[in-house]
Ligand binder design. Structure first.
Ligand code: GMT
Length: 381
């Protein structure tokens, strides 16, 4: 197949999922055309099967804001025709599905290019549900030729908010050989020079991820006797607040803010516990990545997280903001190697058996084929 993929290139899990999906599809013999404003972060290698088409934006004094959605639609239509795309697969509904629908409609006299929208999270729960975007998001769902969501939770949220239920659940995935436990590494010595335990948090530091809670959980665990380091991987709006909390709680010397990292498996692989105390999480890719590296997860019991983290088996779940309990859970895991190993092994087992690329990528391909068949049958009738 010839597949057009659009993602937000530099920010968040939807971009990661879209980029890695593209790479996996190419490895299975398909040709993938990324259409976005810049090269997606995790896409380091372009070749005959993985191509990139940059959305060009014309600036004009009259434009208070440049109309990216229209420029994207134009590029999608151009690439769809020149590369004879079989379908357009967009990640994150706003504005990508609207741009794709516009592109499809603008060229449908020549050929019909179906649009598949994958819902990732705040495109439904936060941004899409806001009154200013709700009607257009619903239209995007109704007009897409196929819609997938990354968890059962997100499907249910979409039904409740948009009264739309034709959704295939296809979860996030990991490549098992890429995410592995690392027993020892120079990085581990650098971050924990005296053999301290490593607690890790990985996110884009938006308020919804509650990175300040991570520092608070860690500070409480230290007060209760933990000999550990906290490694904060990523960057974003809440960085300053998290840094400030580390300073005021007197743990700044034990917290490493390492910024955005190209290879997060290096950090997850050496960790003993992973923290994901989010306000809301439609799936929780960071939890899955940690589990794949045999790292137990301490997280909030919200959204799709319970679909990924099994409470008492691969990690511990708590109410949002319950930093007291979360710090107890961290301490319990740090102090008990057998428990940590058992949770780690079970987490890896679940990550591989349920969410490996081998299991999930064929689900996307089957869904593409189903949508193509449906649209071709409709066209023939
Ligand atoms: O909804 C978002 O926050 C944006 C989105 C992204 O692009 O970062 O994140 C979501 O997509 C990930 C990949 O499917 C999921 O694993 C995350 O749980 C989800 N984030 C939230 O729901 C907050």
């Amino acid at each position: 197949m010839n597949i057009g993929i659009t993602v937000y290139p530099s920010y968040g899990g939807s971009g990661i999922v879209g980029s890695e999906l593209g790479r996996e599809l190419a490895a299975r013999g398909h040709t993938v055309h990324f259409i976005s404003s810049s090269l997606p972060t995790r896409l380091i290698e372009l070749n005959d099967r993985v191509q990139f088409h940059e959305v060009e934006m014309m600036s004009y004094p009259l434009f208070e804001h440049q109309p990216y959605d229209l420029a994207l639609a134009t590029k999608m239509a151009t690439v769809a025709r020149s590369e004879k795309l079989d379908l357009l697969h967009v990640h994150y509904a706003i504005p990508h599905s609207i741009s794709a629908i516009l592109a499809r409609e603008s060229i449908k006299q020549k050929r019909y290019v179906p649009v598949i929208t994958t819902l990732h999270g705040t495109d439904i729960t936060l941004v899409g549900a806001d009154r200013s975007y709700l009607p257009i998001t619903r239209y995007g769902l109704q007009q897409s030729d196929g819609v997938t969501s990354v968890s059962k939770f997100l499907k249910q949220a979409t039904i409740e908010t948009f009264d739309f239920d034709e959704i295939e659940v296809i979860p996030n995935f990991i490549c098992p050989s890429h995410y592995q436990k690392i027993d020892d590494s120079p990085l581990k010595h650098e971050l924990a020079p005296n053999g301290e335990r490593i607690v890790v948090h990985l996110s884009n530091f938006r308020a919804v991820k509650r990175p300040v809670d991570c520092v608070e959980i860690f500070a409480k665990a230290v007060e209760k006797g933990a000999d550990a380091r906290l490694v904060m991987v990523g960057d974003g709006p809440e960085y300053s607040a998290a840094h400030h909390r580390a300073r005021t709680r007197g743990v700044l010397d034990k917290v490493h803010f390492v910024g955005k990292q190209p290879n997060i498996a290096d950090y997850l692989g050496i960790a003993d516990v992973s923290l994901l105390p989010s306000e809301l999480e439609s799936f929780g890719l960071a939890a899955l990545e940690a589990q794949a590296c045999e790292v137990p997860v301490v997280a909030s019991r919200v959204g799709g997280i319970p679909e990924v983290v099994t409470d008492g088996e691969t990690g511990f779940l708590s109410d949002v903001g319950d930093t007291e309990k979360m710090s107890d859970d961290v301490l319990r895991l740090l102090n008990n190697e057998d428990l940590r190993r058992a949770f780690g092994a079970r987490g890896r087992e679940l990550a591989v058996s349920r969410y490996s690329t081998q299991k999930i990528i064929p689900q996307y391909i089957a869904f593409y084929e189903q949508v193509l068949k449906k649209t071709q049958t409709a066209a023939a009738a």
